[in-house]
Ligand binder design. Structure first.
Ligand SMILES: NC(=O)C1=CN([C@@H]2O[C@H](COP(=O)(O)OP(=O)(O)OC[C@H]3O[C@@H](n4cnc5c(N)ncnc54)[C@H](OP(=O)(O)O)[C@@H]3O)[C@@H](O)[C@H]2O)C=CC1
Ligand SMILES: O=C1OC[C@@H](O)[C@H](O)[C@H]1O
Length: 412
């Protein structure tokens, strides 16, 4: 009962966050486009951040921008995206445009000297990612900050999950993500090839980046990728099932479905480890001289992308006590199973700010502001991570015999 109350309270507060008064010189954000995701990903999280105000929005249709600003308490509306970049009262730009426009507008914003919070997936393909994240604009003294908004990596649950993963010992992993079938119309940006659509782009940005973190490396090859296309454009997948080979000959799988039926809703990660000899301190027993403990670990992380709503991390360990190096016999065997949840870092014994109702996006905003302010940053997604994600998405499209998403013709 107490946990049901906690769930309701946490989720209510997530969408009705307590507003805080702002610091004397908060970072002023401009938003390019009156996008659906804006309120959840930035506008609500900003309400509880003393160092952030949402200053300005622009949309292609000024009436839409005005209505969006009124609804969400945004201080100012300007006519064009370009006007935001030219505004001296803007420090940071949030880019929730269709994927195919990310490259151009991120570069334009960096050129204007603005810090950039860029929606996932960062860009359309690896070539764009190389050009963006290795841009000289990011290599100057006091260069602006650029972050791909892989928000789930900022939540304490991800940190706790990874504390149970030993990347070098992972033998297999699978990441699955779904969207209920009624969520997006047939002509949504996710089904528009010209705008960088596709389930691999949309959901693959999460499943691919999670596999790269779990294995501690980018995949060597996508050996198989099966897709089903949407009805709008057959180059845009609505479903994918991909199998990657990682260094060391181990395999990671990922599945995503933008039109999932109710009985297939399972946004989970499963990780299996090879048996490894654990340090005596991790064995949970006093290990006698001449003996060692071998652990085989399985982990299931439920709701890994939106852990703020609800999540669980199940860790199942099998232990074997044996004579050192005796791979055939054993002295004793036992198991240990636990289920962990972490809505705050404090709950996980980590000294870092947060509230149980903070969404992944709020945790992300905290670190983004820290980075811009030159403070210590505890979780981050760097350019190499974002490039790796695009590499893995490209590999999957190639294996599926679908074209890579088009490279922008924009030159700065
Ligand atoms: N972090 C997360 O949890 C999520 C991230 N996303 C990401 O955010 C981005 C936007 O997604 P979402 O908010 O669902 O999409 P929307 O379609 O709601 O928003 C996209 C915005 O892009 C603008 N736009 C500019 N040019 C075009 C064009 N040619 N066609 C269509 N729109 C255009 C529109 O702005 P205008 O108002 O100016 O017309 C529109 O508001 C994507 O990159 C997506 O992957 C999406 C959902 C969740
Ligand atoms: O980023 C996202 O996360 C949630 C999904 O519903 C959505 O398709 C996607 O863009």
């Amino acid at each position: 009962m107490a946990s049901l109350f906690g769930l309701v309270r946490r989720n209510w507060l997530m969408f009705n966050p307590p507003e805080v008064s702002k610091s004397t010189a908060p970072l002023r954000f401009g938003i390019l486009g009156a996008a659906d995701i804006g309120p959840q990903a930035l506008i609500l999280p900003a309400k509880s951040h003393p160092g952030v105000v949402i200053q300005t929005v622009a949309a292609r249709n000024p009436q839409k921008a005005k209505a969006y600003a009124q609804k969400h308490g945004i201080l100012k509306v300007v006519d064009t995206y370009e006007d935001i970049l030219n505004s001296p009262d803007i420090d940071c730009v949030y880019i929730p445009l269709p994927n195919g426009l990310h490259y151009e507008w991120a570069l334009r914003a960096l050129k204007a000297g603005k810090h950039v919070l860029l929606e996932k997936p960062s860009v359309n393909n690896e070539a764009e990612a190389e050009a963006l994240f290795k841009s000289p604009l990011l290599n100057r003294p006091s260069a602006p900050v650029l972050l791909e908004a892989a928000h789930y990596l900022f939540h304490p649950a991800w940190t706790v999950f990874m504390s149970y993963v030993t990347p070098a010992a992972v033998s297999s992993a699978k990441a699955v993500l779904w969207v209920p079938r009624w969520k997006f119309a047939a002509d949504d940006i996710r089904y528009r090839y010209d705008l960088g659509g596709g389930a691999l782009m949309d959901l693959g940005a999460y499943t691919a980046s999670s596999l790269a973190r779990i294995f501690g490396a980018v995949a060597e090859e996508c050996e198989e990728c099966v897709t089903q296309s949407g009805t709008y454009d057959e180059r845009c997948d609505r479903l994918y099932k991909a199998r990657y080979r990682f260094p060391g000959g181990v395999y990671g799988e990922m599945e995503g479905n933008l039109k999932a039926p109710l009985n297939q809703l399972s946004p989970d990660i499963h990780v299996t480890h090879k048996p490894i000899v654990v340090p005596n301190a991790d064995a949970g027993i006093d290990v006698p001289e001449g003996q060692e403990v071998v652990r085989t670990r399985k982990i299931k992380f439920t709701t890994f992308v939106q852990p703020s709503f609800f999540h669980s991390i199940q860790v199942d360990d099998e232990f074997v006590l044996r004579k050192v190096g005796d791979t055939r016999g054993h002295v004793k065997k036992w198991t240990d199973k636990k289920t962990i949840k972490a809505y705050t870092f404090q709950e996980a014994g980590i000294d870092q700010p947060g509230e149980a109702h903070w969404a992944t996006y709020r945790y992300q905003l905290e670190q983004f502001v820290n980075k811009v302010r030159g403070r210590e940053v505890r979780q981050w997604v760097d350019g190499a991570d974002s490039i790796n994600t695009t590499k893995m998405i490209d590999m999957a499209y190639t294996a599926a015999k679908l074209p890579l998403r088009p490279t922008s013709t924009y030159t700065s």
